[in-house]
Design a protein around this ligand. Structure first.
Ligand SMILES: Cc1ncc(COP(=O)(O)O)c(C=O)c1O
Length: 388
């Protein structure tokens, strides 16, 4: 009998080890892992550089309190500031903590400039910003909030793409608009670049902040370091997590100097956030993922993957409705519920995961090899044929 709570619908499989794109299961089988901890293991399993860094740092120092200077955190923040729009960084341990902190920062910013009533955040209905109380009410889905009342107020919602409603929602109490640049759990739905530009303009006009949640789509996943980069806009606040730790729990909030001015002593804190061990791993991941050649490789290989997936879609027009996403954040949308499809992929030793709107989410490691993509394509095609 398991003494773990039953809040996860776990597949009846467990693993003993992982290497690169593969997981080795206790049943003796080797699986192509295109879940990677849901976009977490950005460099695959057991990456030698990360093993080295973790080994070295584990012999020196794991944890010290944030009441002391942590040079490893200074170093990672410096690297992030150098490579991104951000001037300042706040380290956390997970995506939900990062989005929750982003909400706090937006509110505190307006408080700090003498506008404490500007505290409402506008979000997309049925988006996903994590599982803390504020994050579930920010996400605005019944499924996540049911039974967890009283409701946490301060969030207004519009449906994806409903620009009219969004504009209507902005009032004198609005502090920020917070959206996922690409909705992950929501079905791999991209906010188009022109739309991001309009969002930026709208926020400038209304003097409110733009928060882009890049917890799932950021850190190289799309072939750019951030998914919003193609739009050439600068957000005010960006929570990241997942990929930056390469499997080690790290969250971070990146922000502009203007916004960071509100983060005075005592405004926020975290016992574990920014510990030396996590920071060293984060810096090692960042060094690899932010390299132009690495990002170009993601672009090239993911284009191939998308092209081939589109061929499968054309071959099975009654099964596959749409290929969604960008880079290695891929959604294969089916006409029917995807449960069976995902089960069949797993039977054929390819691991994927569901998202809303009948989407099979495909999240290979960012350094996946071309022959591994081919292997996945072969399995996907085989399952389409079986279902046909
Ligand atoms: C866009 C987005 N934001 C926030 C989160 C929450 O992250 P975590 O599960 O690390 O708390 C997730 C997790 O899937 C996410 O996809």
């Amino acid at each position: 009998m398991s003494h773990l709570t039953k809040n996860y619908n776990r597949k009846k499989i467990s693993f003993t080890r992982g290497k690169g794109s593969f997981l080795y299961a206790t049943n003796g089988r080797k699986y192509l892992d295109f879940v990677q901890g849901i976009a977490v293991n950005s460099l695959g399993h057991s990456h030698p550089k990360l093993i080295k860094v973790i080994n070295e740092q584990s012999k020196k120092l794991w944890h010290v309190s944030n009441s002391f200077i942590i040079p490893e955190g200074e170093e990672l923040a410096k690297k992030l500031a150098k490579k991104t729009f951000a001037d300042f960084v706040l380290f956390q341990n997970s995506g939900a903590e990062a989005t929750e902190a982003a909400i706090k920062i937006a509110r505190r910013y307006f408080f700090s400039i003498g506008k404490p009533n500007k505290n409402r955040i506008i979000c997309i209905k049925n988006s996903f910003h994590g599982r803390t109380l504020a994050a579930i009410y920010a996400s605005g889905s019944k499924k996540m909030t049911e039974g967890f009342g009283p409701k946490i107020g301060g969030f207004d919602h519009f449906n994806f793409g409903d620009h009219k409603k969004l504009k209507k929602l902005i009032n004198k109490n609005t502090a920020a608009i917070m959206v996922e640049t690409i909705m992950g759990e929501g079905g791999i739905k991209i906010i188009p670049d022109w739309c991001l530009k309009e969002l930026r303009k709208l926020c400038n006009k209304k003097k409110i902040l733009l928060i882009l949640d890049e917890v799932q789509c950021g850190v190289g996943r799309t072939g750019d370091f951030f998914a919003f980069e193609k739009s050439k806009i600068k957000p005010d606040i960006v929570p990241i997590a997942k990929g930056i730790g390469g499997g080690f729990p790290i969250g971070a909030v990146l922000m502009s100097k203007k916004v960071a001015s509100c983060m005075t002593v005592g405004t926020h804190g975290s016992t574990f956030g920014g510990n030396p061990l996590a920071m060293k791993v984060g810096a090692a991941v960042l060094d690899i993922v932010s390299k132009k050649s690495f990002l170009n490789n993601i672009k090239k290989n993911s284009k191939y993957f998308h092209d081939e997936l589109n061929k499968i879609k054309e071959e099975f027009p009654k099964i596959v409705k749409e290929i969604r996403g960008r880079g290695f954040l891929i959604g294969l949308q089916l006409y029917k519920d995807q449960t069976n499809f995902i089960r069949n992929l797993m039977k054929n030793k390819l691991l994927t995961i569901r998202a809303s709107e009948n989407v099979v989410r495909i999240l290979p490691p960012l350094n996946v090899k071309r022959n591994e993509i081919d292997q996945a394509l072969k399995i996907l095609k085989k399952v389409c044929l079986q279902i046909n």
